[in-house]
Design a protein around this ligand. Sequence first.
Ligand code: AP5
Length: 219
Amino acid sequence: MRLIMLGPPGAGKGTQAEILRSRFDAVHLSTGDVLRRHVDTQSELGRKAKTFMDKGELVPDDVIIAMVEDELKGRKDFILDGFPRTLAQADALGALLERLALPLDAVICLAARQDVLVERLSSRWVNPRTGRTYNTQSNPPKVAGRDDDDGGELIQRPDDRSETVRRRLEVYDAQTAPLIAYYEQRGLLRQVDALAPIDQVTAAVIACIQTVGAGKHGA
Ligand code: AP5
């Protein structure tokens, strides 16, 4: 399975990708999580990326494309979350997958209203070690402030401050939303209503994947 999860900040890309990862035993590659790990270890890439992430801007394409090429080495099945985010990144991914003879199965686009996205991000809590995400409104941990699996402390992401969220949503509209038409033209886009509860969104995403699978196997 080779999927892209597309959608604005807070739509639920990471939440759904994690659920699919455990159900389908696929690799979940979140460029945001990889970048945050680089920021935490203060690598050269991390120091460069932080200046963009803190402002809600995109990290430059050349940095991201090189990073993803590295992360995808030797992988045949993956769920991409947060990549591609620009037309240049989409073209680079297309060229890479063509070279590797690994065509994409589908691009799942999670759609939600802006007021809901802002609300979700302001109530999101994350395990910084694993990237597992909670929400105090819709998906709380069993013990407040603690991860269900390892009991570690949950944090709020610095870019979930309201002014940075507003900028991230503007950047999405300007630079990432054009990918909807890009993948629609290629017959890969599947739209899912991300306003529904998490389990219903998962069911809709799995229905999309099964449709693609049936098409591949000539059913
Ligand atoms: P990144 O980490 O990718 O952030 P994002 O795309 O803004 O997405 P989010 O993680 O905020 O949201 P999500 O859709 O995954 O939602 P989630 O599942 O957490 O990127 C961060 C930064 O890194 C970027 O701003 C940029 O600077 C840089 N970057 C990353 N990739 C890049 C790239 N390719 N190019 C350049 N720069 C890049 O859900 C949100 C909340 O809602 C959670 O609390 C969750 O529990 C809850 N929730 C989820 N689904 C539902 C539901 N159905 N109902 C109710 N609540 C729900």
